[in-house]
Ligand binder design. Structure first.
Ligand SMILES: Nc1ncnc2c1ncn2[C@@H]1O[C@H](COP(=O)(O)OP(=O)(O)OP(=O)(O)O)[C@@H](O)[C@H]1O
Ligand SMILES: [Mg+2]
Length: 392
């Protein structure tokens, strides 16, 4: 496969952002075969990727103010959050992003809603928080599962009323910001473990968008590979012309526990360290060369529990894994069985044994058997453009 050279991967400075977006649009026009999300830098033509792009357009064209992005690390949640913003009428207003795990707990509230002068020791002047700064635009709260319980209460009120008070303030402030949240943890599990408020969970997941792991949308792998070769050629001033069919086949088989981020890193390493003008199988890292069809995700083995003198409740462990497999696959029994290395009948037997059958049958019936994530979408605006909005 041969790929054309393209422009720089991302802007180093905010002022380059507009030029970068223009370059990205031009790239998308030159390479329409990269899929309907290319204008946002979201490459892929797998039906699941196309469904995500369609959800982005529907959400962007609607007035919904809370969206939850769920997916493993590296599946593209940041990209989707930005795409929702740039595809919407809010695109000329701020996009404010914060990682809930990255900010010390005691500072997070003030980052989000600001504070008044003298609100606490060290608050020497008034600070305007993220929500106020994002008025008219979008707030992206990453790693939402890490939000402290008391802040969860405040966020719920904020999402419901669009009102809040700065820390130490008395004045009610009204903002119009769409709240996009993201998690790579299973929030439903977190609710069961009482680490995450159920009311907030249901409020945030009015519009859930599930990003499938790369191993479940293998059709995207060759497209992404060529895309990264083009982009990284420019970034590292290389002239790699493409990838051999054998190497591409190996990449398509590998289970990608780190998802698209890992694929990008592998291409980067290969481009920097490889010789010649094509990526060959021998240039690939050992783990991808050794991948076998249907190989299991290494991370899953790595996190297998170790038996200690305390013992283990095997039944409970089995129930939890089965439940997780059904949640990961939106209740799709064939795919859930595949994840567990079981036949479908064996899975159904175990679902009955653990009382999970009714729960997941009810869920899939409610969603018309098409997966729970996409079908719980209730976009309130009828303005979802058939061809999708254009991006400035
Ligand atoms: N469909 C895609 N097309 C092109 N690049 C992608 C795609 N999906 C992800 N990427 C790239 O993969 C990398 C990881 O994506 P991103 O940061 O959006 O993942 P994430 O889901 O937010 O991960 P984390 O949970 O670790 O924050 C980025 O470099 C991003 O540009
Ligand atoms: Mg992210």
């Amino acid at each position: 496969m041969v790929v054309a050279s393209q422009r720089k991967l991302s802007p180093a400075l905010p002022r380059e952002r507009r030029a970068w977006q223009q370059a990205r649009r031009a790239d998308a026009e030159k390479a329409p075969d990269q899929g309907p999300g290319a204008r946002y830098g979201i490459i892929g033509k797998d039906p699941r990727t196309i469904e995500v792009i369609s959800l982005i357009h529907k959400v962007a064209a609607s007035n919904v103010t809370a969206v939850l992005l769920e997916g493993e690390s590296g599946t593209g949640k940041d990209l989707v959050a930005r795409a929702i913003h740039s595809a919407s009428a809010r695109k000329d207003k701020p996009f404010m992003e914060i990682g809930c795990a990255a900010i010390p707990e005691n500072l997070l509230e003030s980052e989000l809603v600001g504070h008044e002068q003298g609100a606490f020791t060290g608050a020497n002047s008034r600070k305007i928080g993220l929500f106020e700064l994002a008025d008219g635009g979008t707030v992206f709260l990453d790693e939402i599962s890490e939000l402290r319980l008391d802040l969860q209460v405040k966020l719920l009120r904020l999402v419901e009323t669009h009102r809040f008070k700065r820390v130490g303030g008395v004045e009610e402030i009204q903002v119009d910001a769409r709240v996009v949240t993201a998690t790579n943890r299973n929030l439903e599990e977190a609710v069961h473990q009482r680490c995450f408020r159920e009311d907030l969970y249901y409020r945030l997941k009015v519009i859930p968008i599930h990003l499938s792991p790369l191993r479940e949308r293998r059709k995207d792998i060759p497209l992404l590979t060529n895309y990264f070769i083009s982009r990284l050629n420019t970034e590292f001033d290389k002239q790699i012309r493409g990838i051999s069919d054998e190497a591409c086949e190996l990449l398509s088989r590998y289970p990608w526990p780190g998802n698209v981020r890992e694929l990008r890193n592998v291409i980067e390493r290969t481009i920097i360290l490889g010789d010649g003008d094509r990526i060959l199988a021998r240039h690939l890292p050992a783990e991808t060369r050794n991948a076998e069809r249907g190989a299991r995700v290494p991370g899953l083995h790595a996190t297998s529990p170790r038996l200690t003198q305390d013992g283990i409740d095997l039944e409970q462990l089995e129930r939890s894994l089965i439940r997780q497999s059904l949640e990961l696959t939106g209740g799709n029994q064939v795919r859930a069985a595949e994840l567990l290395g079981l036949g479908r009948d064996a899975l159904r037997y175990r679902m009955k044994k653990h009382g999970l059958f009714q729960m997941f049958r009810r869920r899939s019936a409610q969603s018309g058997n098409r997966g729970r994530y996409s079908d719980s979408v209730a976009v309130r605006s009828g303005a979802a453009a058939s061809g999708g909005p254009t991006v400035a």
